[in-house]
Design a protein around this ligand. Structure first.
Ligand code: FES
Ligand code: FES
Length: 212
């Protein structure tokens, strides 16, 4: 049944008061966040006190090591590494396909181990060394042998999955310079390719083995 408007009970002043107090509350939240954030910037310390507003804001200011460089960055407590890399550090080689750990497009290395960066919170990698696809080549921009082999093999089709395939291939060759074809296939098992270019990627990494 439809509810009828009761003009006897309608109090325009009360509605205005509610709206004002809500606006006041929102202003207070924004001001508190700004002040706490500024305090964290000035002290640069990690205070684990019980003051939740203060500790949450201090945790946002972190330094992560990416591709051999220390990168200070302001991250939300629930922010994923993929988001930070792409949107805060402009490392857009890391792709986001599913954003839930299922496709491997966001693969990076953390301390030499491949991880789905969409499923890792940035503030948990403060002590790790992150390597993205931008960091696998030489310091002067030379391509990694895996990248060269993928070009020669014409492995990428649309290319969306390629950065993840590259990082998985490089990580494999770092721990196993001469893998079998089956070992390459297993190393790329977490990297989905909508274009179905799996054999091209496997061929490329087999060809790059020994020269990486
Ligand atoms: S975007 Fe991370 S696994 Fe798909
Ligand atoms: S090359 Fe298109 S998704 Fe792999």
């Amino acid at each position: 049944m439809q509810k009828k408007f009761n003009s006897d009970r309608y109090d325009p002043l009360s509605t205005e008061r509610d709206s004002l107090s809500r606006r006041h509350f929102i202003k207070g939240v924004i001001a508190a966040g700004t002040v706490a954030g500024a305090a964290g910037l000035m002290t640069g310390c990690s205070d684990n006190s019980n003051n939740s507003a203060s500790s949450a804001s201090v945790e946002r200011l972190v330094t992560i090591n990416v591709n051999g460089r220390s990168r200070p960055v302001d991250v939300m407590p629930n922010e994923t590494l993929a988001h930070t890399l792409r949107n805060k550090l402009s490392l857009t080689g890391t792709k986001i396909g599913c954003d839930r750990g299922a496709c491997g497009a966001c693969t990076v290395m953390i301390d030499g181990v491949t991880q789905n960066s969409c499923s890792i919170l940035t503030h948990t990698v403060r002590k790790g060394n992150v390597v993205t696809v931008e960091g696998v080549g030489g310091v002067n921009g030379q391509l990694h042998p895996v990248q060269t082999a993928m070009i020669e093999e014409l492995a990428p089709q649309c290319g969306f999955c390629t950065p993840g395939q590259v990082v998985s291939g490089v990580a494999l060759l770092q721990r196993n310079p001469n893998p079998t074809r089956e070992e390459v296939r297993q190393a790329l098992a977490g990297n989905l390719c909508r274009c179905g270019a799996y054999n091209n990627y496997i061929n490329a990494i087999v060809n790059a083995a020994g020269s990486a």
